[in-house]
Design a protein around this ligand. Structure first.
Ligand SMILES: Cc1cc2nc3c(=O)[nH]c(=O)nc-3n(C[C@H](O)[C@H](O)[C@H](O)COP(=O)(O)OP(=O)(O)OC[C@H]3O[C@@H](n4cnc5c(N)ncnc54)[C@H](O)[C@@H]3O)c2cc1C
Length: 442
C-alpha cells in the first residue's frame, strides 16, 4: 500500500458558508500532516451510515489511500432503517414541502438508482432473492395517496398542493378520480392529494444493494485509482468512543447509530433527541381474493399502507414515545395491540383491508430531533468540543433522522462526507449544526 507524504486531511477544498461559525479546534486539528493512509470508522450501517460510506468513497480523490471500517452490531440494515416503511416523499402531513425537500429528494433518488444498478451486479446477494427480484426494492412506483382527513386543514392542504415541488408533484383528486386509481377507496372529505412520483421501497434490500454499490466502488478503484481503497464491515457492538481512543488508528469516527447513539456513555443524555418505538404489521391477501390493483397507490392517512406487491403490504405505524426498546422483534401481545390500533385507521380509507391476513410484525426505534420553525431537522456536526477535549481523532455525528431517514440520508450523507474529508464543518448548513449551541441538558 502506498503512503502519502502530502497532508491528506483535509482532502477536499473548503467551501465557505456564511451561515455557520468556524471552530478553531477543528481547523488546527486538521492541519496535521499524516503519514499513513486515511482511516475512518463509520458506526452504524443504516441509511445514515451507508450513505456516508458511499459518499466518502465517491468523493475521495483517486490518489488517496483510504480505509473505512463500518461497525454495526446487527449487520446491514439491522436498526430502524431496515424495518422502516420505506416510504419516500418530500412533504409534511399537510403536503407542505419539507426544508430543502427538493435537494433531499434528488440526492435520495440518486442513491436509489445507484443501489438499483448495484443490485444487478453478478456478485450481489440480497436475502434469498433471485436476480429479477432484486430490482424489486424500488419497483413500487405506484405513487402515494394522501386523503384529506380533516375539514379544518382542507384549505391548507389545497394551498400547499399549489406550491408543490416539480420533482414530486401533488395532484388534487376528487372522489371519482381517486376511485379510478384505487377502486373502493373511501375519502372522508371527497378529496385526496396524489403524489405520482412518490415511492416506497423494500428498505432492507435497498441497504444491501447500497452496500454492494460501496463494495463495487472499492473494486473499481483497484483498476482506476492510484490510491488504495478498502472497506470492511465489522459485525460488532461499540460500547463507547474510548475504544477508538485506545487504538488511536482513526482520523475520524462518524457516529450514525440512530436512536442507540444515546447508549454511548460519552454522549448519553447530551443530545436533544427523544426516542419513539414504532410497530409495523405485515398483511397478505389470501389467494382466492382479488389482488390490490397493479398500479394502486400506497396510502398516507392516520395510518399508512405501504404496498409491497399485489398480495403483500405493510401497515404502520405506532408511536410509543420514550421507549428504549430497539428490538425488531414484536411479541404477540405487542403485535395484537398494534393491529387493534392500526387496522381501524387503515380501514377508514381502505375498507378492503378486512380481507387481508396478518402475517407478522416488526419494530424499530426512531431518534426524534426537536421541532424547529423549519421542521424536525436532523443533527449533524463535529462533536469533539461537545463531548470533551483532547481526542486523538475527530468525532462526527449524523443522527436524529426522525421519521424521514430515507428522505434525508442521501443529501446529508453527501454533506457529511464532504465535511469529514475537508475537515470543515462549515460545508454543513448551520440549520443542521445549530443544535450544538443549545446548552441545556437533555
Ligand atoms: C416503524 C418505523 C417506520 C418508519 N418508516 C419510515 C418511512 O417509511 N420512511 C422514512 O423515510 N423513514 C421511516 N422511518 C424512520 C427511519 O427508519 C429512520 O429515520 C432511519 O432508519 C434512521 O437511520 P439511521 O441510519 O440514523 O439509524 P438506524 O437505521 O437505526 O441505524 C443505526 C445502526 O447502528 C447500529 N448500532 C446501534 N448501536 C450500536 C452499537 N452500540 N454498536 C454497533 N452498532 C450499533 C444498529 O444496529 C443500526 O443498524 C421509520 C421508522 C420506524 C421506527
Amino acid at each position: 500500500m502506498k503512503t502519502m507524504n502530502l497532508c491528506p486531511h483535509p482532502i477536499l477544498p473548503r467551501r465557505s458558508s456564511s451561515s455557520s461559525s468556524s471552530s478553531p479546534t477543528l481547523r488546527s486539528h486538521c492541519s496535521l500532516t499524516q503519514q499513513h493512509p486515511l482511516r475512518f470508522a463509520v458506526l452504524g450501517a443504516g441509511f445514515a451510515g451507508l450513505s456516508v460510506v458511499w459518499h466518502l468513497l465517491k468523493q475521495s480523490p483517486k490518489e488517496l489511500n483510504l480505509k473505512i471500517d463500518l461497525y454495526d452490531e446487527m449487520g446491514i440494515g439491522g436498526g430502524a432503517s431496515g424495518i422502516s416503511g420505506g416510504l419516500l416523499h418530500p412533504y409534511s402531513p399537510k403536503v407542505k414541502p419539507l426544508w430543502e425537500g427538493a435537494q433531499c429528494w434528488k440526492e435520495s433518488i440518486k442513491l436509489l438508482r445507484i443501489a438499483e444498478d448495484a443490485s444487478l451486479s453478478k456478485d450481489c446477494k440480497i436475502g434469498e432473492c433471485t436476480q429479477q427480484d432484486m430490482k424489486a426494492f424500488v419497483a413500487s412506483k405506484r405513487g402515494i395517496l394522501r386523503p384529506a382527513m380533516d375539514m379544518k386543514n382542507m384549505t391548507k392542504l389545497n394551498d400547499n398542493a399549489k406550491i408543490c415541488l416539480p420533482c414530486c408533484r401533488v395532484q388534487t383528486l376528487n372522489n371519482e378520480e381517486a376511485q379510478n386509481l384505487l377502486p373502493g377507496v373511501c375519502l372522508p372529505f371527497n378529496t385526496a392529494f396524489f403524489l405520482p412520483e412518490a415511492l416506497n421501497i423494500n428498505p432492507r434490500h435497498y441497504l444491501e444493494a447500497l452496500f454492494q454499490a460501496c463494495k463495487n466502488l472499492v473494486k473499481e478503484s483497484i483498476s482506476f485509482d492510484s490510491g488504495e481503497k478498502q472497506l470492511s464491515l465489522h459485525k460488532k457492538s461499540v460500547d463507547g468512543l474510548s475504544e477508538f481512543e485506545v487504538s488511536g488508528e482513526y482520523d475520524a469516527v462518524i457516529i450514525c447509530l440512530g436512536a442507540k447513539v444515546n447508549m454511548l456513555p460519552e454522549i448519553s443524555g447530551r443530545l436533544p433527541l427523544r426516542t419513539c418505538r414504532g410497530v409495523i404489521v405485515h398483511m397478505e391477501l389470501p389467494d382466492d381474493m382479488r389482488c390490490y390493483p397493479e398500479h394502486g397507490p400506497s396510502i398516507l392517512s392516520d395510518a399508512w399502507i405501504a404496498v409491497q406487491d399485489s398480495r403483500s403490504l405493510d401497515v404502520g405505524s405506532t408511536w410509543e414515545w420514550k421507549s428504549i426498546n430497539s428490538s425488531p422483534n414484536v411479541s404477540s401481545d405487542e403485535a395484537s395491540k398494534a393491529l387493534h390500533h392500526l387496522l381501524p385507521k387503515a380501514s377508514t380509507i381502505y375498507p378492503g383491508i378486512k380481507d387481508w391476513v396478518f402475517t407478522g410484525a416488526r419494530a424499530g426505534l426512531r431518534a426524534m430531533p426537536p421541532l424547529s420553525p423549519l421542521g424536525s431537522l436532523p443533527l449533524l456536526g463535529c462533536i469533539n468540543d461537545f463531548i470533551s477535549n483532547n481526542h486523538s481523532c475527530k468525532y462526527w455525528l449524523f443522527g436524529g433522522l426522525g421519521s424521514r431517514g430515507l428522505l434525508y440520508h442521501g443529501w446529508l450523507g453527501n454533506l457529511m462526507a464532504h465535511a469529514v474529508l475537508s475537515c470543515n464543518e462549515e460545508v454543513i448548513p448551520s440549520e443542521l449544526t445549530c443544535w450544538k449551541n443549545i446548552k441545556s441538558k437533555y
